[in-house]
Design a protein around this ligand. Structure first.
Ligand code: HEM
Length: 404
């Protein structure tokens, strides 16, 4: 199969649901391949890692975006992402990231452990009640969504009653992160973004009147203190913290639980030895990565993996493929929590390395052992349904039974 066909198979609905065969078809042509005019895809671990750290390789920020999509400002979805740290280059990126970074220090994250443990216990109690008599329970709705959304809302100071609002809006907005998007999908993403922006506009006004000690108040005060954070940047970064903070972690919990249920012996070891949770979680992040790709544009020509990538190319960094690079991980298609020096690229690398990586890991390290210990009969309870999404890989529906 040639590169164009391999790439088309990745972009097809089947490829989005299960991208791994298409990754191997692309990899057969080398770690970096040209998939179209000015478009390159990277499947190699070393190559993706190097490009993510290369200062000549940039995210599509608002200045670069003007050249590609001149009327992007009219789209609430595009402008939400474009003014956030995720899509900003230095020096703006360093300024925006520093403002939020204080909330993610190891000390602050460790202090969240008790909140995470308490929420995990409550959600398992609710699953036990809902699943009484062998009734199937949707793990996505009952656990994988509410845990991370509860944690990030606690950090941002979003009132508990509002937390159910975000699932639809966020799922709609994140369509914008797909490598290809139709006009209809953009309209759906715009509607989700408009709701999120309206919500945070109100929360900002409330915190301005009545400051508290949450992250929203800290960002509002940075905005009011002068030129460190514009009003648009404030909204975009609140939205990105919420969206990046839970949709990805929801998918880590869903993808991870499905893998553990498919590997009962490995799950048993974790049940007996919860101290191995960090190694398990990192292997789950590698094996079925919640974020499968990110994109970059190179300001200068770059030569890597035997390929010359000319300046101005659009580069798809296929993190999920890099995490299955056989040069880096022997037998990559096997789930093996005993691998040494894992370092998956699941949280990216370089200046945009995930701000919430420690928080996401902690949530999963608490959740999986608790689920296995408290629900020893946990099993699949029906047909799994994947989302037809490549970038944020996860399940729509993951039915489980919790025993009698
Ligand atoms: C950035 C993955 C959880 C906040 C990123 C990037 C990846 C990623 C791959 C880099 C994107 C790029 O280079 O273009 C994940 C995964 C998660 C997760 C797999 C869960 C399993 C979280 C959480 C938060 C968060 C819990 C916040 C509470 C962010 C932010 C950025 C980011 C703010 C942008 C950082 C920057 O541009 O400097 N994440 N993330 N993420 N993530 Fe996460």
């Amino acid at each position: 199969m040639d590169v164009a066909e391999a790439f088309a198979s990745l972009m097809s609905p089947d490829g989005r649901v299960d991208p791994y065969p298409a990754y191997e078809r692309l990899r057969a042509h080398g770690p970096i391949v040209q998939t179209g005019p000015g478009v390159y895809a990277v499947t190699g671990h070393a190559e993706a890692d190097e490009l993510l750290r290369d200062a000549r390789v940039r995210v599509l920020d608002e200045h670069l975006r003007d050249g590609v999509l001149p009327n992007w400002r009219e789209s609430p979805a595009v402008s939400s992402i474009a003014r956030s740290m995720l899509r900003t280059n230095p020096p703006d990126h360093s300024r925006l990231r520093r403002l939020a970074a204080g909330a993610f220090t190891p000390r602050r994250i460790n202090a969240m452990r008790e909140v995470i443990e308490a929420q995990t216990d409550e959600l398992i109690d609710a699953m036990t009640t809902a699943g009484r008599g062998g009734a199937p329970v949707d793990f996505m709705a009952e656990f994988a969504y509410p845990l991370p959304v509860g944690v990030i809302c606690e950090l941002l100071g979003v009132p508990a009653d509002d937390r159910t609002l975000f699932r639809r809006w966020t799922a709609d907005l994140t369509g914008i992160l797909e490598p290809e998007i139709t006009a209809a999908e953009l309209a759906v993403a715009d509607a989700g973004a408009a709701e999120l922006r309206a919500y945070f506009t109100e929360l900002v006004a409330t915190r301005r009147r009545r400051p508290t000690d949450d992250l929203t108040t800290a960002l509002v005060q940075a905005h009011e203190a002068g030129d460190r954070l514009s009003g648009d940047e404030l909204l975009a970064n609140l939205v990105i913290l919420l969206v990046a903070g839970f949709e990805t972690t929801t998918n880590l919990l869903g993808n991870g639980l499905a893998v553990l249920l498919a590997h009962p012996r490995a799950a048993d070891v974790l049940r007996q030895h919860p101290q191995h949770a960090p190694a398990y979680v990192d292997e789950l992040l590698r094996f079925d990565s919640p974020v499968q790709l990110t994109t970059r544009l190179n300001a200068e020509s770059v030569r890597l993996g035997g390929v010359e990538v000319p300046a101005g190319s659009w580069i798809l960094l296929l993190l999920g493929a890099a995490n299955r690079d056989p040069r880096r991980y022997p037998r990559p298609e096997q789930f093996d929590p005993w691998r040494a020096q894992l370092n998956p690229l699941s949280f990216g690398a370089g200046p945009h390395y995930c701000l919430g990586a420690a928080l996401a890991r902690l949530e999963a390290q608490v959740a999986f052992p608790a689920l296995l210990r408290r629900l020893p009969a946990l099993a699949l309870g029906g047909q799994l349904r994947r989302r037809i999404r490549l970038t944020l890989r996860g399940y729509d529906h993951l039915p489980v039974t919790v025993g009698e």
